[in-house]
Design a protein around this ligand. Structure first.
Ligand SMILES: [Zn+2]
Length: 302
């Protein structure tokens, strides 16, 4: 079984928890650590022959076009993470469309490829932002990987499917969804395979969860990480105790854990794994409830 590996390619100061201390206008003044952190990832991936999807923020691609090219040349998939890392539920559909288009075009200009994959900032495709899927389809995206089937204060659609599916919108168009991996236990879904969860959980538990997905449920997992999660040397910003816990805990252990993971499992980009899954089984179709969708769109006030 080959699993999917993804990197949300952003700087340490672009994470959601940094917003109150580093607003967007302040980004250019921050210490950039992206290039060195991405190089560490690329070295590891090359050493263990893993390939990944890089969901790249347009703002970063603009500053480091040669890094985007390097990632592509090493056989990884280039995908879109929007332009300025704004949660979708804080944008109007027009603002979202403009941000997405800007991010996508920058990547297409650098790589001369059409960009197929999208991941929303902070997994912000939720029940109230499903309208974003129509805009993804309209801009030629072939899959999304933003819907977390869990309960969380900021994101998630708890009862959504745990494995790849096709989602049909009220406009009768569809797009594939590759949800972030969870294990199901006592009727609840638990995230295991990325970000803070990956940093906090012991490796043995993560490996066990992946084996359970691969062997018992016979499905691929999606791992997601950020380049800054392997960087214990990043500056410590005053973000308050809870956010400090979320952002800085266990940074020094992440690289070791990732090496274990790369030794024990095989990885490829999301787009390839999805194509492979679709050849094996026909993906279940989920229809968005039209009335519910309309109510949300009518209720949107910006
Ligand atoms: Zn992000």
């Amino acid at each position: 079984m080959i699993n999917a590996l993804s990197i949300d390619m952003e700087e340490h100061f672009q994470a959601r928890v940094m917003e109150s201390v580093v607003p967007f206008q302040e980004w250019p003044k921050q210490e950039s650590r992206l290039r060195q952190n991405v190089h560490r990832l690329l070295d590891l991936f090359q050493k263990f022959q893993a390939r990944a999807t890089f969901f790249i923020l347009g703002w970063n691609a603009e500053r480091y076009p040669e890094l985007v090219e390097e990632i592509r040349k090493e056989g990884h998939e280039i995908a879109c993470h929007g332009y300025r890392h704004m949660d979708i539920y804080r944008q109007s559909p027009e603002e979202f469309r403009a941000d997405l288009e800007r991010g996508r075009r920058i990547l297409e200009q650098i790589t001369h490829l059409s960009i197929r994959g999208y991941r929303a900032p902070t997994f912000s495709i939720r029940q109230d932002t499903l309208w974003a899927l129509d805009i993804l389809i309209e801009q030629g995206f072939r899959y999304d990987s933003s819907i977390f089937p869990i309960f969380h204060d900021r994101y998630g659609i708890p009862d959504s499917p745990r494995f790849p599916y096709r989602i049909r919108t009220p406009k009768n168009k569809s797009i594939r969804e590759f949800p972030l991996s969870t294990v199901s236990f006592l009727g609840q879904n638990f995230p295991v395979a990325g970000g803070g969860y990956f940093r906090l959980l012991p490796y043995a538990l993560i490996a066990k969860a992946l084996l359970r997905l691969n062997r018992r449920e016979m499905r691929p997992a999606v791992i997601y990480l950020h380049p800054w999660e392997l960087d214990p040397g990043q500056p410590r910003l005053p973000i308050g105790p809870l956010n400090q816990l979320r952002h800085y805990l266990n940074l020094e252990a992440t690289e070791k854990k990732l090496i274990h993971l790369l030794k024990d499992f095989r990885f490829a980009p999301l787009g390839e794994i999805l194509d492979r899954e679709e050849r094996k089984v026909s993906l279940p179709l989920v229809q968005i409830n039209e009335e519910h969708h309309r109510e949300i769109l009518e209720g949107l006030k910006f």
